[in-house]
Design a protein around this ligand. Structure first.
Ligand SMILES: Nc1ncnc2c1ncn2[C@@H]1O[C@H](COP(=O)(O)OP(=O)(O)O)[C@@H](O)[C@H]1O
Ligand SMILES: [Mg+2]
Length: 233
């Protein structure tokens, strides 16, 4: 049984059917990517899994438990942690305060993790007393990921972590994802940058208009002429 199983998920915004029966899985230790054009339903999928949106039907099974319809705080407490699109760090709080928010459920147990995060992100350590709003776009993305790691995720969901970043920073973000993967934390990665996503993922699903239209090993999809034409051209 996979760590996360999505079965025939439907989610609507009023009359707009954003997800039309999506199914996929994330196994232990895997990086699974959802790729697709703007508007395909990637964020809606993550937001439904994390409990920010309620599905109209379908099932979300996490570690054998049916979590469909759970509130977002309960989903997060179960270890499914999302880094939302656009990062959403708190600009007026310091870097350190933003990180500690990620650990608010783990009262008194955050210090070791905070040390680890600062080891990993030297630049965040140097800027720990600065307001998060003063960080560069790349540093804010590091902070958003660092905050998620403070919660000690059992599965990390990243929504377009490379969006809006300069190419050099895009590489840095993907290096970071690699290092999280090598720690054994499973990742559900949503990306418009299909080329990068397919380099790092084990398995990928292609979304179009709220449905999965293709799936396969990332290495195979990278060689696929249809995928190359549509997403890697
Ligand atoms: N808050 C919203 N209200 C109405 N429609 C929305 C809302 N958010 C997304 N949608 C629609 O749902 C579909 C999927 O959007 P989204 O999940 O954001 O796509 P992606 O993340 O792949 O770009 C799109 O047609 C989009 O216009
Ligand atoms: Mg999106």
């Amino acid at each position: 049984m996979a760590l996360l199983e999505i079965h025939d998920l439907h989610t609507s915004y009023g009359a707009i059917k954003a997800l039309r029966g999506i199914s996929f899985q994330v196994g232990q230790g895997q990086v699974v990517s959802l790729i697709g054009a703007n508007g395909a339903g990637k964020s809606t999928t993550l937001n439904t899994i994390s409990g920010l949106l309620k599905p109209t039907s379908g099932r979300i099974i996490f570690d054998g438990e049916n979590i469909t319809g759970w509130r977002a705080d309960r989903v997060a407490a179960a270890g499914l942690i999302q880094v939302p699109e656009g990062r959403q760090i708190i600009a007026t709080m310091t870097v350190m305060e933003n990180l500690l928010i990620g650990a608010y459920r783990r009262q008194g147990k955050a210090d070791a993790t905070l040390d680890e995060i600062f080891q990993r992100f030297k630049r965040l350590y140097e800027r720990r007393h600065q307001k998060a709003g003063s960080l560069s776009g790349g540093e804010q993305q590091m902070l958003a990921v660092g905050r998620a790691l403070m919660a000690q995720p059992r599965l990390l969901m990243l929504d377009e972590p490379s969006m809006g970043l300069a190419p050099l920073l895009v590489n840095e973000v993907f290096n970071l994802i690699s290092s999280i993967k090598s720690q054994g934390i499973p990742i559900l990665l949503v990306e418009q940058n299909a080329r990068k996503a397919l380099q790092i993922a084990d398995y990928a699903y292609v979304l179009e208009r709220g449905a999965v239209v293709r799936d396969g090993n990332a290495a195979q999809l990278r060689q696929d002429t249809d995928i190359i034409a549509a997403y890697l051209g």
